[in-house]
Write a protein that binds this ligand. Structure first.
Ligand code: ADP
Length: 267
């Protein structure tokens, strides 16, 4: 039972040892609770698409249906399994990083990585009728894990696109500011109300659950972004105005400045 404290009414070494143990147990207890919550939330998230797939296949099998009805069932099943696969992918990413899996560090030219991403996303931008542009792309090198950094910027870019109505714009930039690499993704989308801003990096948190789900969201994207930024000795900031748009900025230490301790900390 982790909620029980070790009671030692002595002020000597034994008392100090008991206090240290109590603090350690308290931390363990907290991390068990967080782990249990994560497992419960993850199961809950996976149950929804699983239930829809099950219901839709039962419906399709229950009676003879015309080709159009079969097609519609298959479309639902296909969409939901895609959603489920994406969710599993994100859950794996979270647990990999929880288990402290080391990064595969190499020198990354962030500007190139972003340029490639912008090209890959171009068809999606066009189909959503968004103007996706690169504002400023200075050569910026950091020490990082290529796949993880890609994942981070894909999540931010993907959000910017999903939460911006047609006719809007999404802008990428990479620059060096005060000796740090600064990458930002700015959109002219729906924005985030002030009272929600403090929570958007929490696992499974969404401002508008229905909207996020309709877009295939899981509420894990930004939690993953923050984990990746921090694993690289960096941090991520957000500015947003409802109805105006959002700006996500990631700051990293530059690779030619190996002393990561100089990173400006959260004010
Ligand atoms: P999701 O999979 O729901 O998009 P995220 O963790 O990526 O989850 O984001 C959490 C929530 O933050 C989203 O559900 C959305 O409400 C909000 N959000 C994230 N990015 C943006 C953005 N660019 N514009 C507006 N809202 C955003």
């Amino acid at each position: 039972d982790l909620s029980r404290r070790i009671e030692v009414s002595a002020n000597d070494e034994l008392g100090k040892l008991a206090e240290t143990l109590n603090q350690m147990i308290g931390r363990l207890d907290q991390s068990f609770t967080a782990q249990r919550r994560f497992t419960a939330d993850a199961s809950h998230e996976l149950r929804t698409p699983a239930a829809i797939i099950q219901a839709e296949s039962t419906l399709a099998l229950s009676k003879s249906r015309n080709p159009e009805e079969y097609r519609s069932s298959l479309e639902v099943i296909s969409r939901e399994s895609e959603h489920m696969a994406g969710l599993i992918d994100k859950l794996l990413s979270v647990s990999r990083s929880d288990s402290g899996q080391p990064l595969k560090l190499e020198e990354i030219e962030l500007d190139r990585l972003l340029k490639d991403l912008a090209e890959e996303f171009n068809p999606l931008c066009l189909s959503r009728q968004l103007a996706c542009r690169i504002d400023r792309l200075e050569p910026v090198k950091v020490l990082g894990d290529r796949l993880e950094l890609r994942r981070l910027f894909i999540n931010l870019y993907d959000n910017a696109i999903r939460y911006t109505p047609p006719g809007g714009s999404v802008t990428l930039s990479a620059a060096i500011r005060d000796g740090f690499a600064e990458v930002s993704v700015t959109d002219t989308g729906i924005g985030i109300p002030k009272e929600n801003l403090a929570h958007i990096f929490d696992r499974f948190y969404r401002v508008d659950k229905a909207r996020s789900r309709a877009e295939g969201g899981s509420g894990l994207g930004l939690a993953i972004c923050r984990q990746i930024a921090e694993a690289h000795g960096g941090r991520i900031e957000v500015k947003s105005e409802p109805g105006q748009g959002s700006n996500f900025t990631v700051l990293f230490p530059l690779s030619d400045k190996p002393d990561h301790s100089g990173l400006p900390l959260r004010p």
